[in-house]
Design a protein around this ligand. Structure first.
Ligand SMILES: [Zn+2]
Length: 188
């Protein structure tokens, strides 16, 4: 799509979101974390007997790496271009991000690129549900992985929500710290 034939309809900067939106995103994130943990009984995952902070620290690294890699694979497949980055003040706390600089993507492809890491959440929960792993550490690792991957993707989910409200014919440019929505000139 030629940039000249497009016009900007909306610019989103995570940093500049209203305070109540940022609080809302964080609350949804905590809600999603608790939601995944609430499936513990259903999935047959026994609680760790002592504080699990060590497991949280150990699991957070693979969550970040695999989460960003999933976005990266989607961008690579769709555009061939991927850039990984880190921002200290994203408006939603420090964050790693994956972007496709200067790429214009049709809305539905961008939605899939935002959704890509959640395939891992589904896989982790499916493994737990199907195998009913008895090893308490392994089972908790998978549960923590699913919970943090989903909760950590709440900004992605917020972007999906914003995109879903727009016409499916729009184009989206990911800026790493937000997005720009475009439509073809002369269309509504
Ligand atoms: Zn993400």
């Amino acid at each position: 799509m030629e940039r000249e034939s497009l016009e900007i309809i909306r610019t989103i900067e995570t940093k500049k979101l209203p305070k109540r939106t940022k609080i809302g995103i964080n609350l949804v994130s905590i809600g999603l974390l608790l939601l995944v943990f609430s499936t513990r009984g259903l999935l047959g995952v026994a609680k760790l007997e002592y504080p699990s902070s060590l497991l949280i620290i150990l699991i957070i690294v693979p969550v970040i790496v695999l989460h960003e890699l999933s976005h990266g694979i989607a961008f690579k497949l769709y555009t061939g271009i991927v850039k990984f980055g880190f921002i200290l003040r994203s408006g939603l706390g420090p964050a790693f991000y994956t972007t496709c600089p200067k790429c214009l993507m049709p809305r539905n492809r961008m939605i899939l690129a935002c959704l890509a890491p959640q395939v891992l959440t589904v896989i982790a929960l499916l493994i737990l549900a199907i195998t009913q792993i008895s090893n308490i550490w392994l089972a908790n690792s998978l549960l923590f992985f699913a919970a943090f991957n989903l909760a950590g993707g709440c900004a992605d989910l917020f972007m999906i929500y914003l995109m879903a409200r727009e016409n499916s014919r729009i184009f989206v440019e990911d800026t790493g710290t937000g997005a720009i929505f475009y439509r073809e000139k002369g269309t509504v």
